[in-house]
Write a protein that binds this ligand. Structure first.
Ligand SMILES: NC(=O)c1ccc[n+]([C@@H]2O[C@H](COP(=O)([O-])OP(=O)(O)OC[C@H]3O[C@@H](n4cnc5c(N)ncnc54)[C@H](OP(=O)(O)O)[C@@H]3O)[C@@H](O)[C@H]2O)c1
Length: 297
């Protein structure tokens, strides 16, 4: 939601060249919309993707692997992580550098173990994609009246607290470089009030705030580093969580890679939509540069 009134038209920005409807089989041709130099810049970098066994997390992990990045894939179900690798192989992607790291990100001891595993493979992480989440449990149209305390607590443990715990756990491996990227996967639900989704909506509002606050604290603390921590609204796609959409989870890949491959000096604490829009909410303002071409408009 904008503040009091919509922004003047000249303050609405969008990233040109964002591809949403791509066939992942032809990734060598379209590189998910990245120019060659941005695609090449991902090669050899290391990223940690949560919720990598299905949906958006799977698509993002495989796109990063296609670009030659090392990818650590986390989720609770090992078979789903292996299915991601199989999908990569069927798309002609080299998944040698994809390492499944089974963990429940809402359990701190499992995060500690995950970091140990990652550290055995790489000295640094270049980025983290905080993507895992669980949906609103079905309590009809009035969960805020009928939902159990336990269901509320579980939702917030995964959708909010675990996003913070994962980011905190990854920081030592990211902050020993000259910069790092974090993408928090939010949702339009974070600004919505759709009946039946109360707790989920609130959890995504909290993710928005977490992403912006994490960005601000990181850039203040690591002031000499290139910190780019941002929030992405991925729109809808057919995933385990959302059976009602017909869109491909690969539709979020381009905008995610645009953020992860951004050269030094890019956005921090900003909100973006997968369609390329730079969003502004309350006291935040839209990022006023073009994310792909770097040309200030
Ligand atoms: N699809 C949409 O239309 C849509 C729209 C707006 C926002 N989003 C957001 O996009 C993100 C990805 O969702 P998706 O649509 O791709 O749904 P999804 O297919 O259900 O993916 C969620 C993933 O999170 C993992 N996960 C859940 N709890 C976990 C935990 N405690 N520890 C580790 N991993 C956990 C799940 O794997 P395990 O069960 O194996 O752990 C699963 O792979 C979420 O943040 C979601 O809120 C999706």
């Amino acid at each position: 939601m904008w503040g009091q009134s919509p922004p003047p038209k000249e303050h609405v920005y969008s990233t040109h060249g964002i591809l949403q409807n791509v066939n992942p089989s032809f990734w060598k041709d379209h590189r998910f919309g990245l120019p060659q130099h941005r695609w090449d810049s991902l090669k050899g970098s290391a990223f940690w993707v949560t919720g990598a066994g299905t949906g958006y997390g799977r698509a993002i992990s495989l796109a990063l692997a296609a670009a030659g990045a090392q990818v650590f894939l986390t989720g609770r179900r090992e078979q789903k992580l292996r299915d991601t690798l199989d999908e990569g192989i069927s798309l002609g992607i080299d998944v040698e550098q994809c390492i499944p790291v089974v963990a429940d990100i809402s359990i701190e001891s499992e995060l500690v173990r995950a970091i140990e595993v990652i550290s055995q493979h790489v000295p640094h992480l270049h980025g983290l994609i905080n993507n895992a989440a669980i949906p609103q449990p079905d309590f009809g149209l009035f969960p805020l009246a009928n939902q159990s305390h336990a269901a509320w607590a579980e939702l917030f443990a995964v959708n909010v607290t675990a996003q913070w715990l994962t980011s905190r756990a990854a920081l030592p491996l990211m902050a020993n470089l000259d910069g790092f990227r974090i993408v928090f996967m939010s949702s339009e639900a974070g600004w919505a009030a759709t009946p039946g989704f109360g707790a989920y909506n609130i959890s995504k509002s909290a993710v928005n705030s977490l992403g912006a606050s994490f960005a601000a604290e990181c850039s203040a603390h690591y002031s000499d580093q290139d910190v780019q921590v941002n929030v992405l609204v991925p729109g809808e796609a057919c995933t385990e969580m959302n059976r009602g959409s017909t869109e491909s989870p690969y539709s979020v890949v381009c905008m995610t890679l645009v953020l992860l491959s951004h050269p030094p000096g890019g956005p921090n604490g900003c909100f973006f939509h997968r369609d390329g829009r730079h969003l502004a909410f309350a006291y935040s303002s839209a990022y006023i540069k073009d994310l792909l071409t770097q040309i200030q408009r």
